[in-house]
Design a protein around this ligand. Structure first.
Ligand SMILES: [Ca+2]
Length: 218
């Protein structure tokens, strides 16, 4: 952070960075960078995060597709052998660069002639996308499970209520039918009994009358 721009103008510059965010500029920025500079910045943020790098200024000497003059190399890690994400040069402001993890390495080189304003980049750590996706998926799964459980509970409750109602209605109907049958049987029995009684009474009366008549006649 306090590396000397005078020293950096010789050959060596850069720094080791840790934390959640920061700013990186080429030597002497916003003045022109020196010739024959070699700077290395390594960034390490908290585990579980990934580093995002965005440029607000970018103005290096161009050098064709291989950036053969001045360049800024961005590597996915802190080692000089880490995977190269981009090798940048020229005056086109690069797109945002995102490391796969919580480390990033920037290497700036300038050759022996022609310098420009250089670059200014802001880096920040953000939660790894995979973690975000997992959190979202888990949250969605929890919501789905809750909804399914609620639906199942509602369906079960409704089904139980319907079954109970059907059973009650069926029982009531059966009972009613049985009551009707009993009433019918009782009515029939009563009618039969009444008829029998009436017939018996009539026969008895007729017999009595006949006996009385015969006796009186005699
Ligand atoms: Ca140059």
């Amino acid at each position: 952070m306090f590396n000397s721009t005078h020293l950096s103008s010789l050959l060596d510059c850069g720094q080791t960075l840790r934390g959640t965010s920061g700013t990186i500029t080429s030597p002497n920025y916003p003045s022109y960078y020196p010739n024959s500079a070699s700077c290395v910045w390594t960034i390490t943020s908290n585990p579980g995060t990934q580093i995002k790098l965005s440029f607000s200024t970018f103005y290096l000497e161009s050098g064709g597709s291989t950036c053969s003059n001045d360049y800024l190399m961005v590597r996915d890690g802190t080692s000089p052998f880490s995977r190269i994400i981009r090798k940048l040069c020229g005056s086109t402001k690069p797109d945002i660069i995102v490391a796969s993890g919580n480390t990033l390495r920037l290497e700036f080189r300038s050759d022996s002639s022609v310098t420009y304003r250089g670059f200014r980049a802001v880096w920040s750590a953000r939660p790894v996308l995979v973690v975000v996706v997992v959190v979202v998926v888990v949250a969605a799964a929890v919501v789905v499970v809750v909804v399914v459980v609620v639906v199942v509970v509602v369906v079960v409750v409704v089904a139980v209520v319907v079954v109970v109602v059907v059973v009650v209605v069926a029982v009531v109907e059966v009972v009613l039918v049985e009551v009707v049958v009993v009433i019918e049987v009782v009515v029939i029995v009563v009618v039969v009994v009444v008829v029998v009684v009436v017939v018996v009474v009539v026969v008895v009366v007729v017999v009595v009358v006949v006996v009385v008549v015969v006796v009186t006649a005699v």
